[in-house]
Design a protein around this ligand. Structure first.
Ligand code: ZN
Length: 503
């Protein structure tokens, strides 16, 4: 056989797309060409593959070698194609005898190979093994993935596929020839994860605690406005502890995104909490780069994104949040391809009431002119605020409350939140925050008095349709926390308190 076809994966956002590695050995002057939108790292494979073959005791075949990475329009990066290319050369040159007997398409239809070779023939761990494993499990269920030791143990966390761990090219060749099997990768135990701070640490602030519970229960985004020291960050940090733990797949997906960003990719049961500084660029926030990398919103996927000092973020950064907030994913377009990263995060934002922070404070005086305060508030655009369901004003910390007995623990609140989420999922398949259009109307049946109250409130406040939809979603969650089917006037009255100033 002079043609070998093997399967590998190229990463495009979080998607690990199938790549056919076709290796052809033909007559002619010795040459080694790689075609199929290969970037520099892939082209350098030629030197690594040549040295690795020779140093593993194989012959580097003379003749004209062509490797085609297909589909050709998909950018290929990284050295992970080294291994399938080297194995392809062994097959095409007849050095892998048993496999060479089968002609035509891939001799191992459900086998995927990825690994960078060192010149010695040893395999070097690959980046983002979790993303690769999720891709293989998704479209090749029951398939087998061969990865370098060190990467394979991460990939083995993903159910639905077999992951084999290889140390050298020679080991892979021996396995494929049926001589000596590769060991199954043993997944490391899931790490315990960082402890999430408990809500009982927050003294006083009953209204804010309640708003946080509603936010957790309905997956609503939340904006807190209050003076410095009112406990905005402290409250936000406690939201992940109120949310239901992630499912296994959610945890793996979130960890895979972290792996793509070059961070530790150990899955954790607790939802992620990301709090980028307001200096963060739009690219750092939503993702970007010539080789697209996930941003903070994707690292917060299935968890919480906390933006403190919201008006201090650049306008470009805040505007870039709008679409992902609705779509739950971010698309980064480049000339060659589009990368899609998941970004289903819950936004918690905080801001001071004015530039100095003391506007409306009973004991401190604000040094800002009304004009300065208005300009400060207007740095956050209306369309972004429109996407935030819950708005609360935090009073300054009441010193007397610091001596009060600790409030409820996160565990107690999380149990109510979990029950409330189950109701929502059983009824409509999504959390209340994602109810839109006809589904919103259908799932928010109003008692007569509630309808009157809602219309009155909207008329009095000059509210828009969007404002009414926000109030309905929040009222739905308040009713769900009480296990009520229909929205009563009381639920609506509470919900309209969380309106955005100006609604
Ligand atoms: Zn001020």
């Amino acid at each position: 056989m002079t043609l070998a076809v093997l399967a590998s994966r190229a990463l495009c956002g979080l998607n690990a797309l199938a790549v056919r590695v076709e290796t052809h050995l033909g007559p002619g002057l010795p040459s080694f060409n790689i075609v199929g939108l290969a970037d520099t790292e892939v082209r350098e494979s030629r030197e690594r593959v040549r040295a690795a073959l020779i140093n593993s005791g194989f012959e580097f075949p003379p003749g004209r070698i062509t490797v085609n990475l297909s589909p050709a329009d998909l950018p290929k990066e990284s050295g992970r194609f080294d291994l399938p290319m080297a194995v392809g050369l062994l097959l095409a040159s007849g050095q892998l005898a048993e496999a060479a007997a089968s002609d035509g398409p891939a001799p191992w239809a459900d086998l995927v190979l990825a690994g960078e070779l060192s010149l010695t023939g040893a395999l070097v761990p690959v980046a983002a093994p979790l993303a690769i494993a999720l891709g293989v499990a998704g479209d090749l269920p029951g398939g087998t993935l061969i990865l370098p030791a060190g990467s394979a143990e991460h990939a083995a966390w993903v159910p639905g596929l077999r992951v084999l761990s290889a140390r050298t090219l020679a080991d892979v060749a021996a396995h494929l020839a049926g001589a000596r099997g590769l060991p199954d990768a043993v997944p490391r135990p899931w790490p315990a994860g960082e402890p999430v701070p408990c809500l009982s640490d927050v003294r006083g602030q009953p209204a804010a605690r309640r708003a946080l519970e509603i936010a957790a229960a309905g997956a609503h985004s939340l904006l807190m406005v209050g003076p410095p020291g009112a406990g905005k960050s402290m409250l936000a940090q406690r939201l992940p502890g109120l949310l239901p733990p992630l499912s296994r797949m959610q945890a793996l997906e979130t960890a895979a995104v972290a792996g793509l960003a070059g961070l530790a990719d150990a899955p954790a049961a607790a939802p992620p909490f990301r709090a980028p500084h307001h200096c963060a660029s739009a690219a750092a926030l939503v993702g970007g780069g010539s080789r697209p990398r996930p941003g903070e919103i994707s690292l917060a996927h299935n968890g919480v994104l906390f933006l403190d000092e919201l008006p201090e973020f650049s306008r470009a950064s805040l505007e870039a949040l709008r679409e992902p907030l609705e779509a739950g994913r971010v698309v980064i377009s480049r000339s060659l391809a589009r990368a899609v990263f998941p970004a289903r995060f819950q936004l918690v934002a905080a801001m001071n009431p004015c530039p100095c922070g003391w506007r409306g404070h009973p004991a401190r005086s604000c040094a800002c002119t009304p004009d300065q305060a208005a300009r400060y508030a207007s740095r956050v655009s209306g369309p972004l605020l429109d996407r935030i369901d819950l708005h609360i004003a935090l009073p300054p910390t009441d010193l007397a409350a610091l001596d009060a007995a600790p409030g409820e623990t996160s565990d107690a609140v999380r149990a109510r939140v979990a029950a409330c989420r189950l109701r929502q999922m059983a009824r409509q398949g999504v959390p209340n925050a994602r109810l839109e259009g006809p589904a919103l109307e259908r799932h928010c049946p109003l008692e007569g008095a509630a309808r009157d109250l809602l219309l009155q409130a909207m008329r009095r406040l000059g509210g828009s349709a969007r404002a009414m939809h926000r109030a309905l979603r929040v009222a739905r969650t308040i009713a769900d926390l009480e296990e009520a089917e229909r929205l009563s006037a009381r639920h609506v009255a509470q919900a309209v308190q969380y309106r955005r100033p100006g609604d």
